[in-house]
Ligand binder design. Sequence first.
Ligand code: GLN
Length: 374
Amino acid sequence: MAHLHPRTQLSRESIFAQMSRLAAQHGAINLGQGFPSNPPPDFLLEAARRAIGSVDQYTPPIGLPRLREAVAEDLGVSPEDVIITAGGTEALHALAEALYGPDDEVVMLEPYFDVYIPQARIAGAEPVMVPMQLTERWEVDLPALERAISVRTQAILLTNPYNPTGSVFSRAEAQRIVELARRHDLWIISDEVYDELYFGEPPVRFRELAPERVFTVGSAGKRLEATGWRIGWIVTPPGLAPQVAGMRQWSSFCSAAPLQAAVAEALPIARKEGFYQALRESYGRRKDLLEQGLRSLGLKTFSPAGTYFLTALLPGLEAQTLVREAKVAIIPGSAFYLHNPAPQGLFRLAFCKTSDEIEQALERLGHYLKQVTP
Ligand code: GLN
């Protein structure tokens, strides 16, 4: 009997899609999947309206030239090394396809962002997980990272700022990771989609430490509050962009042309007008609101240095019950762990929602906690 390939086991619904579906079904406030409640800025929307009807046909698979230039200009890299993708997810998928195959291993940290595992497996590779340490803050265990490297390791895959923990690697940690990659001759895939969302020092860009072995992933959706537009990018080590872009010819071919044109126009405006600074200030306020609210409910939180996510301990609670009964959707920590157990009661809460939504979610949580706590 004809059958689907066993790799379709990887087709199960993602935790983010599932929690958004349940939130809609139960009328819950969605602090689960990370997408902003606010609309994208007008300068982006207006640019898109102008582009539809004038930039409507295929672009080269490597991307619309003017967007490659805008990304390169923004990041201080050569446009030759920039590939435009359908969001960060496709960027990561293209890199998995281009960099690993059967019998290869990819070292990643736990908790991890969900797409990393299925993408590695679709490419035939095996993820090797290194748990982060959680004391008062999230920390990378560098000796454990080195122990995880074997002769089969192709790459270290990480995010900075880090989803789901919201942590940011210190320069010293980043340098140690780069040294490890050099010593063992590995690629580094640095998922930097939250590069403009930080609350202290700007995060280290791994590429600046080792341009010859770092692939950087970026996202217009995160920077410009348009996650559904699916415009992302890869910055490759010099000379490798044509081959990696050649791989995506066989999937999406190219990203939505008018949206590429709109992002090309918007990136320099965002930089010039201080859009990211305003975004950080606004997210900083919402982070504090959520964090203080959770603390005043007696809950333990781990303050993020970047992203729009906060991790917290809500012991004894269960995400599926919370969405149904408290009408608040949040992501269970277990969704970010493959081999190691998640810390007891760990959840990730997104604060890229309006202050009203955050306040209401806190009120609902408080009310629910009163009901269930003896
Ligand atoms: N990056 C988003 C998050 O972590 C989810 C993206 C997705 O659903 N694929 O919430």
